[in-house]
Design a protein around this ligand. Sequence first.
Ligand code: DOR
Length: 437
Amino acid sequence: MSLLLKNVLAIDGQIDLHEVLDIRIKDDLIAEVGKGLSEDGCEVRDLSGCIATPGFVDIHVHLREPGYEYKEDIESGTRAAAHGGMVAVCSMPNTNPVTDSASVIEFILRRSREAGHCRVLPSGACTKGLKGEILAEMGDMARHGAVAFTDDGRGVQDASMMRRVMEYASQFDCPVMSHCQDESLVGAGQINEGKVSTLLGLAGWPAQGEEIQISRDIELCRLTGCQYHVQHVTTARGMELIRQAKANGLPVTCEVTPHHLFLDETDIDDSYNTFLKVNPPLRSKEDASALIDAVVDGTVDALVTDHAPHADFEKDLEFEEAPFGMTGIETSLALYITNLIKPGVITWERLVELLAINPRKILHQPPVMLKPGYPADITITDPDIVWTVTKEEFESKSCNSGFIGCELTGRARDVYVGGIATLLDGAVTELGKGVDA
Ligand code: DOR
């Protein structure tokens, strides 16, 4: 028995596809794509008004397992990912124990096979314990399934250590993904350094704290030839450095998050909403607008969430005491549709590039196309549904989103991973649990 997705607007710039047609899924593969396909012997889903694209991938997600299961675990984090329209996520290594050895990589992959609602591509730490002092067991991790290396949550402070990280990662054909942050400049910074930090009496965090490391790492990339990816870029100048590096032909890519695109420091006010406390911080309006320009002009390679769940009791503290981070994986697609697609800032083709094509390229994953013979990893989006973000909506264990109360347009309706429905009519399926087995 095969499944027929009927009357869906299929969009995939890789094969110049943009038309309403039918997609037949047989087992784990796309079997046929065309107009008026026969319904004989098929389960049929009429998806008129919906959009089918290669499945979306978020390459910056904190799943928190092992160690912080009270915030999130692999089951709940991937459940949230499916709810947000993702077929795969790249997990970050700031777990407990830190994902700095093959045994933790194996644990994450095993838990994902048992309980995951999407594919999980684990990243490993660059340095042991994320301390920046001793190289992590990068080769062993790569052999056991790590797809990239990052000390996310921190920057590698020492330039010679970063050089070694890049040299090792190149040997294993893995990208280094970097959270750029010079701790000597950032110090105890709470929010972007500027008028808002002064008005609110919060310690400031200068843009240069990020830009200096981007600049250093671009030079180390020139030295080592390593594939280098800048995580959650937040400043206009940082983006300009990346634009120049790309123009120079360096193997540099970058990502931005919805919160750095669609929020800015002026959203933080004297209510001291700790959900808006993120690392790196929300920057100026001008910075946010420069990031959108970079999404439009092709400088940005991937849209990611940095989904960073924290429990209520942790966020319900004084601003200085609360941890950095906001959740995002269940609102990102709707935020892109609402703020980028609907106003005509970017096309669906560009969104597919940012959410499906480039993320796989960055992590050296095989491409997914809406074409016979390719894996049936497909996101079906209802682009017109209007909904309001509430805490009750979330599948994540945590609800520290900066977008609660926002009215958004568009959201994932169905998601298929290897032909298995992980999301149907907006509801996460139990059938999809362990989909990556
Ligand atoms: O805001 C953030 N939270 N930024 C990070 O880089 C880490 C993350 C977390 O783990 O909570």
